[in-house]
Write a protein that binds this ligand. Sequence first.
Ligand code: ADP
Ligand code: MG
Length: 360
Amino acid sequence: MATTITIKNLSKHFGKVAAVNTVSLDIEAGAFLTLLGPSGCGKTTLLRCVAGLEDPDGGEIYIGDKLVFSYDKGISLPSGNRELGLVFQNYALWPHMKVEKNITFALEIQKMPKEEMQKRVKESLAEMKMEGYEDRYPREMSGGQQQRIALARMLAYRPKVFLMDEPLSNLDARLRMDMRSELKRLHHVSGATTIYVTHDQVEALTMSSRIAVMREGVIQQLDTPDRVYHYPANLFVADFIGNPKVNLLESVISEKNCVDLGNFKLSMDTHNATGKVVVGVRPEDIAISESPVAGATEFRAYSVLPSGADTTIVARQQDLEITVKVMGISHIKMDDKIWLKFDPNTINLYDQESGNLIAC
Ligand SMILES: Nc1ncnc2c1ncn2[C@@H]1O[C@H](COP(=O)(O)OP(=O)(O)O)[C@@H](O)[C@H]1O
Ligand SMILES: [Mg+2]
């Protein structure tokens, strides 16, 4: 059975550094929650606090209804008593053990009856589509198969919670792609509540049910991948998520429903926003044409970067630079005149001073 995880006002300092700064998080049973942010933002520290490997200096942690940490009450259950099932750090297989032994080794330590162990081996191999590999040594399988066995081993524990800290960061690009889908599968079949740490926004977007974007120990936004991508709560999140990066253009609301970018104006619903703002618009949300169209503004193609499935075009108009992404191979050549058209529904407005989303 999956469990909820509730974090209340949790803090952890290292000297003067607030690695985790009064973080509160409600994680639903069965969620795949990703902690996402740049290196040093506190992801690992927060995960280790949940795991019981780090002693926070404020706040509370519940796993299900069980209070496993409370600074004020002086409660801190050791890692083994938190019913986490498993802390996922290393999924290398033991090279001198066959697949079956790799899976049963830790279960034997728990003194699990032999029949139950056999059942778990069979079930977990079936769940990872690796039936019939019981008698292989790790060296007798491909890298991808070995990874699937390692995941089957995790499944065999039947944990309530998976805690994973950048488990794919040491893999090459191809294997990393494959393992994303295997890990998503693992979560799907186990249904275990998962906290997953990564600095890779694509990994977070593709795998999570929810993403908590962190910066300097503070959660900036807790939302679905869709909302984090389309409605970033502030300029930090907007800039961190998306490749190529979102266009962030300084502008002024000159009158209601009119955003002045200096060279041209955009009409859109500005709600109650006034003054200096930043226009946030994703490269794929801008329409590009090779001839003038109504409502479009003339630019010049400064650089054209085809990558097979899509083409990134860097457009310039005096000192204004805008990145546009189109599907497929574009016919546009460098220095061509091009016309860009913005869709008001895809534009987010941020307050220049606070960086917060004010209209979308
Ligand atoms: N054991 C430690 N001793 C001192 N500082 C630490 C320790 N662990 C982490 N930090 C600091 O806490 C901050 C958050 O680190 P960490 O949680 O590892 O970030 P992330 O996993 O997001 O890269 C960083 O400034 C880091 O230098
Ligand atoms: Mg880390």
